[in-house]
Design a protein around this ligand. Structure first.
Ligand SMILES: Cc1cc2nc3c(=O)[nH]c(=O)nc-3n(C[C@H](O)[C@H](O)[C@H](O)COP(=O)(O)O)c2cc1C
Length: 358
């Protein structure tokens, strides 16, 4: 299946792994690249030296193209030199402002790498293209974690018609129906988060994977209560608790902030400044809140996301997941998910073609 996406990255299938903090471990990234897609590692929770190690681990497990996803917020400045020195084949940035995005794109292009900008609004897509991004991920409202306010059915064609670079749909894609729909809407491929997280190669507890299989498309909620930015998560006891509570205990926030500071190797000053920057940008897509309360949620949210994903506690931790969780019916290998998605999409497209040609 050749599309603008497969041609751009030199991959077999128009499917990429969405960057997902903690979940996109080197093993999962390599599995997606080895299966013919584009594996992408989220750099979100890696300090610079750990990121270098993770990139090395990916290269030990695959010789295929892969990418690193970098949210241009907390700790990003320390990780950028690693991405450039390691000549990562594909950089996928999210958020950020033109003065930091433009030199980053130039640096990646200088070593022959490709750049994808993740956006959730038309004007941000046009800005990414203007700044030199080679490709754009369009994140619809259905997506896990952070998105804008518009669903894929409207957002994908609106942006795909407005830019010249290839577009990739993200949010809600779990199977061949989704891939065929994304292609029909004008995208050149899809980014899968939730679906590829529920695979054998994902290094997350079986209890968490089973929670996803049991959930329906009605079981997610999007709200700024979890990390100060509109964020889609599974509606579980921990999520209900944060939704009910208007204020967070100060002690929790300080302890979570200390944890984040230590993990990312940042000073308190850097942490506050960059958390603030991130929230200011999220306000631009209609999903952020101002003030200390929001900063506290950012730290506490990070801790609770880790509790679910790293510690494998789907009750007391918060699980970011998309509406597409309702379409996840089994835990299988990455290669199986990718191959059956492509096969199903090809069959759908052929059937429709025959139906309307006769
Ligand atoms: C657990 C989890 C962690 C995520 N972490 C990140 C991240 O670090 N950076 C990012 O740009 N997006 C992140 N996302 C969002 C995904 O990149 C992607 O937009 C989303 O999963 C697409 O929706 P889908 O789950 O319906 O496929 C995360 C999603 C999940 C489920």
């Amino acid at each position: 299946m050749k599309t603008g996406m497969t041609e751009l990255f030199g991959i077999k299938y128009p499917i990429m792994l969405a960057g997902m903090n903690w979940l996109t471990t080197p093993k999962l990234v390599a599995a997606v690249s080895n299966a013919g897609g584009l594996g992408v590692l989220s750099a979100q929770w890696y300090a610079a030296d750990k990121l270098r190690g993770a990139i090395k681990e990916i290269r030990e497990q695959t010789d295929k193209p892969f990418g690193v996803n970098l949210t241009l917020g907390v700790g990003a400045r320390e990780r950028i030199p690693v991405i450039i020195e390691e000549k990562v084949p594909v950089l996928n940035y999210a958020l950020g402002r033109p003065p930091e995005i433009a030199p980053l794109i130039e640096a990646v292009h200088n070593y022959g790498g490709k750049v994808i900008g993740t956006i959730a609004m038309l004007r941000h897509a046009m800005r990414s293209e203007q700044l030199g991004a080679d490709c754009i991920i369009i994140t619809g409202y259905e997506a896990a974690s952070h998105s804008g306010n518009v669903g894929a059915l409207v957002l994908v064609p609106t942006i795909a018609e407005a830019v010249k670079v290839p577009c990739i749909g993200a949010g809600g894609y779990a199977d061949g129906r989704g891939l065929a729909a994304a292609l029909a809407l004008g995208a050149q491929g899809i980014s899968m988060g939730s679906r590829l997280a529920a695979t054998d190669e994902a290094e997350v507890a079986d209890t968490v994977k089973q929670t996803w299989v049991n959930a329906s498309e009605e079981d997610t909620v999007i709200d700024p209560a979890f990390d100060g930015i509109n964020c889609r998560v599974l509606r579980n006891p921990a999520a209900e608790k944060l939704l009910e509570k208007k204020a967070l205990p100060l002690f929790d926030a300080i302890s979570a902030g200390m944890h984040m500071k230590k993990t990312l190797g940042l000073s308190w000053g850097q942490l506050f400044k960059e958390a603030n920057n991130l929230r200011r940008q999220a306000i631009g897509v209609g999903g952020g809140q101002r003030g200390l309360g929001s900063a506290m949620r950012f730290a506490v949210g990070g801790r609770l996301f880790a509790k679910a994903t790293v510690e494998g506690d789907p009750v007391n931790g918060i699980l970011m997941i998309g509406q597409t969780v309702g379409r996840i019916k089994d835990i299988t290998t990455v290669a199986n998910v990718i191959e059956r998605t492509v096969k199903e999409a090809e069959e759908i497209l052929q059937t429709m073609n025959k139906q309307f040609a006769s």
